[in-house]
Design a protein around this ligand. Structure first.
Ligand code: F6P
Length: 360
């Protein structure tokens, strides 16, 4: 296969480091191989538009700056699955063939999808149905894609959450309060675990470990006995209430997301210990902002190697970070192994070794 023109799209929730990956793809594909690189706007939405909504990506004067930018210059969407697309009148349609036709209209020899497990499941199905030569780059602040030790965006999200704990600690100590920080992470507790360790939390609640109010109260009492007048609690958004129910929010668009468990936990601690609690829900600041150095590095490595996969004709694979190297694994294999926090994980053991309670 002679590659002349490739497309790239970002799909799913945005995160810091996407632009660094786009830049790296352009460098390797256009700069080294001389291929044309077409940026597709707003994920598969750009391929549904007629003509397809795209822009050619070139190495030009403004290019070095995008390495530092948050978000994605291409735009993205975490809604609008083309296999079950909700039309303006509410009807649900399969528009997969229109997306495939969009790729054909653009004359793309290969496509790079930058996404999480949900996006890859859709992109892979499209690729199989339409005979699209696709490779993947993993990104998600949730860090829950199988096999890869790193996904673009996670490191920066952890930095943001750690910075929040750094800022909460002095005010917690000044007011003798229990500060609860709710962080993102859809169904996995990786951000809470990593930021909790880095930010010196006393309690970390993750969805993978069942907690109880009694255990939280015990920890707060234990801290008091040592003379401590405050406590820092990190709660992953996907942690369930004591009755096993998740705390979710419905949005006007029809989307439903996690949100609110921090307030539930804060109230429970206040009732059980008499402590004054305050709750911070960190939200989307974990996804925005300039990427940290690690995300820039991972994104750059993934972008360069994704282009190499195309040059080698190694499709239906995605790049992963493993053993200090970039490797290629079948996309199906990676998304088939959901990566939650393993309670036997080294970081869980590290936290326990530091005296951090998981509420169990
Ligand atoms: O998957 C990334 C993520 O930020 C999750 O951590 C969070 O639950 C979700 O996306 C929020 O989605 P939205 O951008 O639709 O609010």
């Amino acid at each position: 296969m002679t590659v002349k023109k490739i497309g790239i799209l970002t799909s799913g929730g945005d995160c810091a480091g996407l632009n660094a990956a786009i830049r790296a793809v352009v460098h390797r594909a256009a700069g080294h191989y001389g291929w044309q690189v077409i940026g597709i706007r707003e994920g598969t939405h750009g391929l549904l538009a007629r003509p397809p909504s795209v822009e050619e990506l070139r190495i030009d004067g403004s290019e070095p700056s995008i390495l530092r930018w948050g978000g994605t210059i291409l735009g993205t969407t975490n809604q609008g699955n083309p296999f079950a697309f909700t039309m303006p009148d509410g009807a649900v349609q399969d528009r997969s063939n229109e997306v495939i036709e969009g790729v054909r209209l653009l004359g793309l020899d290969a496509l790079i999808g930058v996404g999480g497990d949900g996006s890859f499941a859709i992109l892979r199905k499209l690729a199989q149905q339409g005979g699209i030569a696709m490779v993947g780059i993993p990104k998600t602040i949730d860090n829950d894609i199988g096999i890869t030790e790193a996904s673009i965006g996670f490191s920066t999200a952890v930095e943001v959450a750690t910075d929040a704990l750094d800022k909460l600690q002095p005010t917690a100590a000044s007011h003798s309060r229990v500060m609860v920080l709710e962080v993102m992470g859809r169904d996995a507790g990786h951000i809470a675990l990593a930021a909790g360790i880095a930010g010196g939390a006393d309690i970390i609640l993750v969805p993978e470990i069942t907690w109880s109010v009694e255990a939280l109260a015990r920890k707060v009492e234990q801290l008091r006995r040592t003379g401590r007048n405050f406590a820092l609690v990190v709660v992953a958004e996907a942690v369930k209430r004591e009755d096993g129910k998740p705390v979710k929010q419905a949005h006007g668009s029809g989307a439903v997301t996690y949100g609110g468990i921090g307030h539930y936990v804060g109230e429970k601690i206040a009732q059980a210990t008499g402590a004054e609690t305050r709750v911070t829900v960190l939200g989307h600041v974990q996804r925005g902002g300039s990427p940290g150095a690690r995300d820039r590095i991972i994104a750059s490595a993934f972008g360069v190697h994704a282009v190499e996969l195309i040059a080698q004709g190694k499709f239906d694979h995605m790049v992963v970070w493993s053993d200090r190297q970039v490797k290629a694994v079948p996309i199906a294999e990676a998304i088939g192994q959901y990566q939650a926090v393993d309670p036997k994980d080294a970081l869980v053991q590290t936290a326990r070794g530091l005296g951090i309670s998981f509420g169990d």
